[in-house]
Design a protein. Structure first.
Length: 67
């Protein structure tokens, strides 16, 4: 799978604190965005715990075991 680097990508996450929309930047991080989009389309992140979120800076998670 390959993303279109000229396209704008967003990811919407439903959390216990409400909905969060994440902007993905394929110009700055094409491989990262491609990987994220591929995994999201295959439901990899469904039910995954994101343990650290700092507004405007970082979102960390992705361990399928939640550990």
């Amino acid at each position: 799978m390959g993303i279109d680097p000229q396209k704008r990508y967003t990811a919407t996450m439903d959390t216990s604190m409400g909905e969060m929309v994440i902007a993905l930047d394929p110009i700055k991080a094409p491989k990262t965005v491609n990987n994220f989009v591929f995994l999201a389309l295959h439901h990899y992140f469904d039910g995954i715990v994101f343990h650290r979120i700092i507004n405007g800076f970082v979102c960390q998670g992705g361990d399928p075991t939640g550990t």
